[in-house]
Design a protein around this ligand. Structure first.
Ligand SMILES: [Zn+2]
Length: 273
């Protein structure tokens, strides 16, 4: 969703840009049309093809050895795909950030801002990298058969995400509990699951639910409980400016939903000392 959004911005940006004369002093038109793959300026033809044209050209130009690597392993192939996809989208996101800086009244050509659009584009790709990952990528070899049906809790998992309404951070802690049904998962993987869903544009309620549903689907446990406590920068830095407010959301599935005692046990164990 976010990706389509960014593309929309860039398409508009592109069409506005191309119509402007290349000599307009405050525009650095050439820097927008450098092909990052070959690190050379593109031809007029490529320029008029626009961002979308170049992106598809790059897909065609993907070196052969990359395609061979793809066959070596599923996760490796995903990494390669992700890397190529990120690279091909980078110029468009960078151009959009240049546009944002200018529309904010900044001089995008001053020294301190010269590489800011590129850095911001890379940072945004990192902060939304969860779109490329699924829960099965990390859980495939980490689910073990175990005759254990007592509650497992991992608490205080650090979480950093971006609010999809304002594109500013919200961050806090996640507590996860589950009751296995003959299957357990490596404990560190629960933190990885949080990472997959939080590195996207999110609302806290959906993030909470997605983590719980993900674990529930993968492990088929007797119950899953997820609680997230977070501070939202869109509330702290703007809007109501309540610095100490925390938003708490929870999702309870299975026995946590049906049995108040189990739920209480989880909530007591995850409460701060
Ligand atoms: Zn917000």
């Amino acid at each position: 969703m976010g990706r389509r959004c960014a593309r929309g911005v860039c398409e508009r940006y592109k069409s506005r840009r191309v119509r402007l004369p290349a000599t307009t002093p405050h525009l650095d038109v050439t820097s927008l049309f450098i092909n990052p793959k070959q690190n050379k300026k593109t031809t007029q033809h490529e320029r008029t093809q626009g961002l979308r044209g170049r992106a598809s050209q790059q897909r065609l130009q993907r070196p052969h050895h990359r395609q061979q690597k793809v066959r070596r392993g599923a996760s490796q192939s995903r990494d390669v795909r992700k890397e190529a996809e990120d690279k091909s989208r980078l110029p468009a996101i960078e151009a959009a950030y240049t546009c944002i800086l200018r529309e904010l009244g900044e001089d995008a050509d001053r020294e301190g801002l010269l590489r800011t659009p590129l850095r911001a584009a890379k940072a945004m790709q990192f902060l939304t990298k969860g779109y490329h990952e699924t829960i099965y990528d990390i859980l495939n070899d980490a689910i073990f058969d175990e005759d254990h049906n007592e509650m497992v809790i991992v608490k205080d998992i650090d979480m950093f995400s971006l609010c999809e309404h304002h594109l500013v951070p919200f961050f806090g802690r996640v507590h996860i509990g589950y009751i296995p049904n003959k299957k357990v998962v490596g404990l560190s993987k629960l933190a990885r699951i949080v990472e997959i869903y939080s590195r996207r544009l999110q609302v806290q309620e959906r993030l909470t639910k997605q983590i719980a549903m993900g674990i529930s689907e993968a492990l088929q446990p007797l119950g899953v409980a997820v609680v997230i406590e977070a501070a939202h920068m869109c509330m702290v830095m703007r809007g109501v400016q309540k610095i100490n407010s925390r938003t708490v959301t929870s999702t309870m599935l299975g026995v946590y939903l049906e049995d108040p005692k189990t739920r209480e046990e989880f909530l007591t164990l995850t409460q701060r000392a």
